[in-house]
Every structure is written in C-alpha cells, then in structure tokens.
Design a protein. Sequence first.
Length: 427
Amino acid sequence: MHDLLIVGAGPYGLSIASHAAAAGLDVRIFGRPMASWRDHMPRGMFLKSEPWASDLSDPAGRYGLAAYCAREGLPAEHGRPLPIEHFASYGLWFAERAAPPVDERLIASVRRAADGYEVRTRDGEVCHARAVALAVGVLPFTEIPRAVRGLGDRHVSHSSHHADLRRFAGQDVTVLGAGQAALETAALLAEQGTRVRVLARSPRVAWNTVPVAWQRPWWQALRAPHTGLGCGWRNKFYADTPGAFRRLPEQARARAAAGALGPAGAWWIRDRVEAGVEVRVGHRIEAAELAEGRVRVRTAAHTGEGLRFATDHVIAATGFRATTGRIDVLDPELRTGLRSLADGTPYVGDRFETSCPGLFLAGLTTASSFGPAMRFVYGASFTAERLVRGVERYVRRSRRALLPAQDQDRNPSERAPGSTARAGQLF
C-alpha cells in the first residue's frame, strides 16, 4: 500500500513526486516523463515562457532550469527563447536526480477501493494507494471545433497530435486558431514547403512584444513588475498568489481562467508568420465536408463575405477544455461522482483535493480554482508544495482511521491502552 500514487510524469507530476519523496511519503509515479514535450511538439518549436519562469520544483531548489543549462553549456537568458527539445531534456534530467524512479507504464483506470484507491496499469498490474494525484497534463482535453470534428483523423487533427510535420510537405493545410500553437505550427509548415493558411475567429492576431529588460529603473519596475506570467500587477496577482485567487467568487475565477493571458503570438515568430503564411482573421468555419479526398470549407465572416476553399488537412490549434467528464482515466462511477464548478471543471479544495477524499488534481484541471498560472509550468512549484501538504494530512488521517479497525481483530486484552472502537469514528 503506497501513500501516494501519481498519474503523469510531466512538470507537475515530477514536481509533486519530488516534494512527496522529500516529505517521507511512500510515493510511486507512472507515465512517460515529459511525454507532451517529447512526443507532441514538433522540432523547431521554442518555449514561450521565460527560462527563469520554467523551473520544475524540488524542495531544495537545486534542480532548476538554469542549473541544467549551466551544466550543459546552454543559454538560459531573459528574452532568449529556449528550444523545446532542451526543455524536454531538462525534464528528464530533473526526473533522474530530483524525483523517485518513474514507472513509464500508462495507467488504464483509477477507482475507489476499501482501503483507498485501486490503480490498474494498461498491462494489468494493480496497485493500491491511500491517495492519488492526477497530473495528466493537457492531452486528454483537446478541443476540436464541432464543424470539423467528424471528418476523421486523416483530414483533421489537433496541433498536439504532431511531433513531426513532415507528412504535410507539399500539401495544403489550414490551421485553426490565433495563439502561439497555431502561429508556430503554421510557420514551421510554411518553412518546409507546405501551403498553409491560418483561419481565426478573432478580428486580429495579437502579438506579444519583446520582453522589457530584466534590469530597469525602479519606477519602471514598480509600474510593471516582472512575473512568471509576464509583466504587470494583474499578472503578478495570478503568478504569485494562487491561494488568494481561489478566494475570488467562482464566476470571476472562471472568467479569468478562460480569458486571462489569451491567444497571442510570441514576438520572435511574427516575421516568420508574416513572410510565408496566409492569415485570415474574423472567420469561423460554418460548414465542412469531404469531397474527392479533400476538405471543402465554408466560412462565415464577422464583416463581409465568407470564404470557400478546399484543403488537404485541418489542424485545430484551438486549445484545451479540462472538464471533469474528460478525465477518462477515472472509473466512470468515480468520475461522475465528482463535484464540478459551473464551467464544468472539477472542484478542488485549498490543497488541490477533489470532492472525493484522497483524490488530488494538478495542472490545467485546477485553473478555474487557482488561476491562469496552472496553465503553465510556472504553477508547478505552488501546486507541488501545497498538494503534498494536503496528501500528508490525508494520509495521517487515513492511517489513524485504520487503527481501530485493526484493534477490533484483537482480543480485548491485546488492544492498545485507551483504544476504543469509537475513536475511529472521529474520522
């Protein structure tokens, strides 16, 4: 019986495992380390977050991204984007040094059991744990527009489905969205010879500006302080005080989680997009159908006439929606029993525990509770520290609750002094 079993070995799962092991918990972690970064992002992409805001979290703070880059002779500078493959390698380095050994098998199901939770791997092994933390990342929550959802994998995919874009060389591809994933995917496609257009509902493409200097006059820093989510006091609130964010009214939290730090392209991708990508803003897909092996698209425009065109493939870079019903690793009975917020995301308490005692969540699923920081690596440190405190508290209570049941199996003369069956009823 483990104290804690972690499902997922990305930045959040590895950070939680590091803190849990340091706290003396019997912890086991499952998943392919840094899978989203290694298997679902094409080479040539860069980390949008600043390197100093992209650390995985260990209690002693010894295994940050800067330490890895210094060891490998790689730049980790403010205002200089870091290649995705370097960040993925950093995560593997962290896993080897700061976390318990990772079991790379995938988890098929998590369900309640009499003594806690029963977790089954895809190859059939069953493990038991008092508590479970789900750090499943974003991949279970991909969002594809309804208009193209039923056209099949050959013609429609999500941007997170691709680690290699070479299959689209020489084709015509339409990318949906106006955020970094859409714009960077489109730039990479254009640079390999794919004819590519970006189709976005927003009236314009927003571009982030070049980051302001790290060292600035004090009055400039006071007006717009650096934070792990960008400059400004609003971002500082999101980045540095997730606990205070959780005290906001639920409706305000949901609005901020959905709308803050909205779709925008990084400053360093703008020239590449404008040089080789057709960008159509203010359009949404009204209808799409297959004809002669291609996707025929009809759009509706905010102003003026819509478009009609044929394309070989549609890549939806339209984000993720982390609703409770999409956490498919959970047994259906357990999943449907979880309390949800009004926006469909799961409820979590102040230590990331769901309405099902002993089941904890981390990452995107908690953004409507703790704020936009949970959509980024930056939120891993706050999450790991607070979630593990919650697990410690839960495990202590679980162990105490079992003691009276164990005593009941003894003869009265063998029971511990002062122990009674009623003592266990406190929990």
